[in-house]
Design a protein around this ligand. Sequence first.
Ligand code: NAP
Ligand code: HSE
Length: 430
Amino acid sequence: MDKIRVGLCGLGTVGTGVVKVLESHQARIRHKLGCDVEIVKILVNDVNKPRDVIIDTNWLTDSPDELVNNEDIDVIVEVMGGIEDTNSLLEQALRQGKHIVTANKDLMAVYGQKLLRLAKENHCDILYDASIAGGIPIVRTLVDGLASDHIEKVMGIVNGTTNYIMTKMTDEGLDFDQVLKEAQELGFAEADPSSDVDGLDAARKMALLANLAFKMELTLEDVDVKGIRQVTQDDINFAKSLGYTIKLIGIASMHEDKAEVTVEPILLPKDHPLALVKNEFNAVYVHGEAVGETMFYGPGAGSLPTATAVVSDLMEVVRNIRLGISGNAYIDPQFERQLKADHERFSRHFIRLDVEDQAGAFQEITNIFSDQHVSFAKILQLPGEKEGRAEIVMITHKISQEQLLKSLQALENLNVVERLISHYRVDGEE
Ligand code: NAP
Ligand code: HSE
């Protein structure tokens, strides 16, 4: 075989990067693989649209059939996005014996397991490293690099838009709405930013990472998700005064064969490696039983970084074809799906309360916490914004989610507590 022929679905930000990387690194790719990789068809919406790369216009088509039922095509590279239609297209391609490389985490979070099974049945590969943290080879790291270890925790900044917003809010004192508008004008945030700012994009990536890390079939529904819309300048400033930075962090952990996956704004010690990851950059920290702590940092999106991951996956597909080992990925879960219950989920928490500034109020509040056996690492009391009110900010020692929820519920029923202003998990310190 002296040539591998590719059908590219999508010629937008990532697709254009794929064409550029394949062209500019042609000699290196040929040297590593011992054969050429050639694009023969490109699926787009509009074949007449001007493009940012020079391509043979005969390659362009708006008909999926010209790729899926094209006997000349060995591999489909899917960088067009979408879920339902894209899933049908890829299923059809796999049934035709075509290998798949995709950057589509939305699709993989919903249909990933089904597609992986179908790929195996048809002796095909389906690789998706570009779908999580763009240019960071985190899938390859979990599947190959750390294959011999038992992964206990994966913790990361896997959404660039929210990290950009949190960085600007923290470093420049800007409000959420202000930064979001600026990020949209600069093209970092999408016109509809909900999936990023509400944590869904990160949750999809964390579900995929948890599957790989723990060999357990976990879905998006298993991820406890909170976004960053409710984070205020006051929260950030209180966190800072206590030595913390707030970031949107995905955490997947496994203990005694039970998993917990969350995406939420978290207080990290200000010198924690993830707290130092700024702007649109991503980073994933992996803790393995034997290896200890490792961290992977880089661009989580963008044309060339994402295309690099796509083309590296494409090269792996080609190597597997040449070695005759396609479709051999291990996909069956090793562990039965088991999630930690609330009484098994332990963490420290930051809690802010607006309370009546009167004798005995503090004692009533501490009574609630002592009823739940909650003890504190730090407490601050400051004059409230309104006359006769005070603000209490506290950081607990490690408590269970059950203890937290019971305490918060009891506080809300307490007359001296006007309002539970905010509460966040605290992580990153032992
Ligand atoms: P994009 O710029 O919007 O490009 C999408 C491309 O797909 C366009 O060329 C479009 O055709 C084509 N397309 C879309 N729907 C189609 C359909 N139904 N039929 C035929 N062609 C269709 O998107 P992108 O930013 O490159 O993202 C592509 C995928 O990569 C998504 O799954 C995304 O989540 C993932 N991803 C993106 C990044 C990033 O940095 N952008 C990073 C990681 C992962 P026209 O050009 O004719 O409109
Ligand atoms: N919207 C994503 C982000 C792009 O902001 O990280 C890459 O998946």
